[in-house]
Every structure is written in C-alpha cells, then in structure tokens.
Ligand binder design. Sequence first.
Ligand SMILES: Cc1ncc(C[n+]2csc(CCOP(=O)(O)OP(=O)(O)O)c2C)c(N)n1
Ligand SMILES: [Mg+2]
Length: 663
Amino acid sequence: MESKELEAVYRTMLRIRRFDEGVADLFKEGLVKGTAHSYVGQEAVAAGACAVLTKQDFVVSHHRGHGHCIAKGASLARMMAELMGRVTGYCKGLGGSMHIADLDLNILGANGIVGAGIGIGSGAALSNKLRGENAVGVVFFGDGAVNEGIFHECLNVGSLWKLPMVYLCENNQYGLSTSIKDSTAIDRVSKRAAAYSLPGVTIDGNDVMAVYEATKEAVARARRGEGPTLIEAITYRWGDHSMRANLPRYRTDEEVADWRKRDAVARFEHRLETEYGFTQEALSRIRAEVEAELAAAKEFAVASPEPTLTDLENAVYAPHHQPPEPKPAPSRELSFAESIKEALAQEMERDPSVFVLGEDVGKIGGIFAATRGLIEKFGAERVRDTPISEAAIAACAVGAAIMGMRPVAEVQIFDFITHMMDMIVNQSAKFRFMLGGKPTVPLVIRGPQGGGIRLAAQHSQSLEAWFTHVPGLVVLAPSSPYEAKGLLVSAIREDNPVIFLEHKMLYVGKKALVPEEPYAIPIGKAAVKRHGRDVTLVATMAMVDSALQAATRLETEGIDVEVIDPRTLRPLDEDTIVKSVMKTSRLVIAHEGWKRWGFGAEVAAMVAEKAIDWLDAPILRVGARDTPMPYNDKLERLVIPSTEDIVDALKAVVLRDRVAAEV
Ligand SMILES: Cc1ncc(C[n+]2csc(CCOP(=O)(O)OP(=O)(O)O)c2C)c(N)n1
Ligand SMILES: [Mg+2]
C-alpha cells in the first residue's frame, strides 16, 4: 500500500471507532433511541476489506453495520442524522441503525435479520454477473449467521453459479450471549467452504493488513470469474451485544481485557510509525480531523428536522404501474399457462433486465409448463434452473431487484412460500420503506396455488391473506388467461414486489381469447365481469367462474347479480366495490381461501366502514371450510366453496328483503 492508502485506512478505522464511541454517548443521553450495535473492536475488518473495493463494488452489511458503511464511504453526518431519527438521515429517519444504506455508494444495506444479507448479496452478485459488470461484492455477516439456512443455500448457489463476490464472516466469537463453541459444530467456519467447493481461509481480523491481503486475493478471484471465497476474520466486539443490552455477564473480564490488548487501531498505529514512517504529528493531525468531522456530524444531526407522517406514508410504495386499461382485440385462444409464458417471453424480449429463476423452470419449463420453451429462446442464464432452495431463490430475486434487474421467481407450488417468507415479508416489502422511500424493488414471485386437484394439505392452500396483510407488497390474482397475461405484464413492469397467484384450476381450465400483442392491465383496477342491480358479488381467481355461473343460474329466478373481480387484491380497488354496493345495497364475497380471517373479511370491513348506510342485508362471505385441504376427493369438494354455496349466499341476502317486503 502507498502512504496515502495507509493514511486512508487508518482514518477509516478511527472514523469507525470514534463514531461508535460517540453514538454510545448519545444513546445514554437519549438522542439515539431504540438500539444500535457498536462495531468497536472490529474496525480492521471493515476498513481492510473495503480498502480493496472500487465505488462500483458493493457491500452488504448486517445489524452491526456502522463500520461497513463508514468504510465504504458513507457520510458521518447523514449516518448520525439517521441514528437520531432525522429526515436528513440516510433513511429519512425511517430505518435507523440497522438499515443504513446508500445505493449510490453501492452500500446495499444493513439488516435486522441475521443472515439475510448473505442472500441479498448473492442476488446482487448474480445481477452483476447477468449484466456482465466487472463489479464484485463483499457480504459481511457474523458468526451467528453461519447456522442459518440462508448461509448454506447461498454458499451453494454462489459456488455453483460462480458469483462474483466474497463471503466475509466476522467471527467475533459470540452471537448475542452464545459462544460459537456452543453454537457451531465445527472449530473453524472457514472449513465449511469445502462443503461448497469454495476456498476458505481464517485470518486475524484484528490485523487490518491481513484482512486487506485476504480480501484482495478473494476479490481478484471473483473478478476473474472464478467465484466466491469464504473468509473468516477472527475478531472481538468490545462492548455488549447492543447499546440497549443490559445482560448478565456471559464473557469473563479477563477475556474482554485480553482482546482489548489486541486493539486493531493501536496495532495499526504502531505499524504506521515503526514500519511506514508515520510521525506522531501526522497521526495526531488525522485524529484531530476525525474529531472535527464527528463534531460537525453531531451538530448537523441535532439541527435536522424529524420526518413527518407524509414521509412515512410515501415511503411504502413506488408509484404503481397503471397504464390506461387496454382494449386490444383478442385474436386466438390460449391456455392459462400459455398466457403466462407469452407475457414472460414478450417482456423478456422487450427488457433485458427481466429474467426467470426457479426450480425446474429451465429444461422442463416448470411443472405447470408456464415457462416451457423459454430456455430455448433466452438461454439458461436468463431462464435459470435453481437448486431446491426457496430462500436462496427469493433472496437472489430481492438482491437482483435492488440492483435494478426485474427477476420473476417461480415458487413451484405456493405452499413452499413458507421458505421464502423472510425475503418476501421482511426484505422485499420493507426495503424501500426502510431506506426512506427511495429505492425500488421490482420483482415478481409467481406460482400455482389453491386446491381442486387432490394434492392435499401442503400443496393446495390459498394463501393470499398472508400477503395482502403486508404493507409494501402488491398482490395480483388473475381469473382467466386474459387477466394472466395482462396482469403479469404489469407485474413485471411494476416497481414494487409482486405476489402473483395462479390458481391451479385455471391451469387445468378452458382456453380463452387472449390478444397477441403485449398489454398491461392497470394495477389496483377491478373488473366488473357482469353488471347487475340486486347484489354485488366480489369473487377472486377460480371463484370468478363459479360466481358467473351462480349469477347466470339466478337470472332465471329474477335475481340480477353484479360480479366484480378485483384482479389486484392489494392495493384493492375499493371505489369500484363501494360504488357497486351503493347501487345494489347487498354484498357477498367469494374466495377459496379460508373464510375465517381471510381476504373477504377485509372487504366486508371496508364496505361496512364506507357504505354501511347503503346496506340492506348482512354481508356474507363464502370461503373454504376451516380445515386443511383433505386428500379424499369428495371431502375436497366439500371444503372448496362450490357454485351452489355462492348461489345460497346470494339468495340469502337478496330474498330476506323480498320475504320481509311480502310479509
Ligand atoms: C433471524 C434472526 N434471529 C435472531 C435475531 C436476534 N439477534 C440479533 S443479532 C443476534 C446475534 C447475532 O450474532 P452474530 O451473527 O455473530 O453477529 P454479532 O452480533 O456477533 O456481530 C441475534 C440473536 C435476529 N435479528 N434475526
Ligand atoms: Mg458474533
């Protein structure tokens, strides 16, 4: 290293140390609230690793993330403002210590979920690889993260796909109070690299030059296209787990004192003087400059205003994709699967940032054939078969989306979404918000859900209510091949994470007219599938067909049903539903998900809040029985709502008035 670089590394270490010491004081004063995790003791890891990186290279951090941000060039003032919850902070005061990020500096974010960054970083590296960028990334994580499933799934795909990145474990020997000896069945984390056919090294994480050299070698390997390295840097945090923690002792005084003697900053100072000829005056000057920078950062933060409710509300969603509703002439009939495939093919043709990944999506085109043939047209990089690693699939989608790609991940059967929940709910849905409402996360998670083909309790659920409950997600639910194509095109062009639900009965259902040219159905716009005067029937997905059949049946009995298909479950087109209820004065909601605590409950509550004075009858819901899906076919038919059930509900709300009127 040149003298200037050595000075920069030293300055970085000091900035980290003094920043976190300052934060600890401010926490005691009550100016920093909540919690923050001090990086003091581990400065050499962030400073040494980031010294290797260019601005284009990215870092992904974890809950103990201040050091990584500072080392990658973040402003102390904006970090301090964030910690004080100010609008001038990196996340407008919405994220706090555990979410500081700056995408302009390729700092992709700290994380409040142990291990999550390993996944996001793998996705970001995949994005660099797909685009042919020369950039690499370093993912920092603690020793606690190495026993999370995401670590194992991602080291496997990282190695398999030769992702341009470095997995850097900061082994500070404790995960909260638990010693690594009590949590990890191997003496060296780096040995785990062998299981994934990766190089693994253990280094002294308190020796900044050792960290620099190991990272340099790993980064060079990644840039050569040879894939990741696992570096284990042994280090120690001086303070407690977090500033809030007031825990019984789990480390001995001797151990803490011993590690304080191995102070990375003091060691480097000594080397700068003895090996590299830095004078005491030069070091003092740097110290004074860092103190001045820190004082200015505090002043800036204290003087900054706090965020408002408008900042909060505006941070959740990027503007939705809402082109005018197209009226293209339908040209030929397509199946549901063919419609999905056509949407994917046309969008992949139009936009090189769109790619598809999932289990068996490539060579066989998915088990429901929705991606069949795409690999021949777009190749195995963009139609990517993955291991059976749902968390890694979702993580790669999130990481790539953050980098500006538009991934479409298939979940083979929607019930397996349980393995993706962290990435969907904690990461994708909140990323934009936690970063103050700036970044977009344009990804689609799509796949078959619902019952009807006797796949039993773990392959048949209708899970929309899990996702409609979460601010930050868009939930789309096509009811026909026409909707499937138009909604999927919108989903791919949408700048928010989209859950795209494909009911299995639609896959095995009739072909229907679908326009050949690309078209997008606006997000948040319901369709009135049948106009009527007597009762509003809101139905979703496969229930739309049953709803229309029920309406036809009731025509002969003089009951005129208006059928509304929301198409977007979140954000819900409340206006169309409320206007209809104001006309008909009655409401029935039909969906295949469980009736209790389901999507229908929200629609009912919303209508009760907005239009109770217009209602002439109780709102009825038709949904699945309150049991898991049985295998036996007769019982399955009894669990899934039938056309008959819908007819009964419609009659109940309409005829009670007529009977009353006759009396
Ligand atoms: C998935 C998950 N589990 C548990 C926690 C609570 N938690 C936060 S940090 C932490 C310890 C993590 O240890 P390690 O990864 O070694 O990082 P360190 O704190 O030592 O830097 C725990 C248990 C969490 N945030 N996320
Ligand atoms: Mg640890």
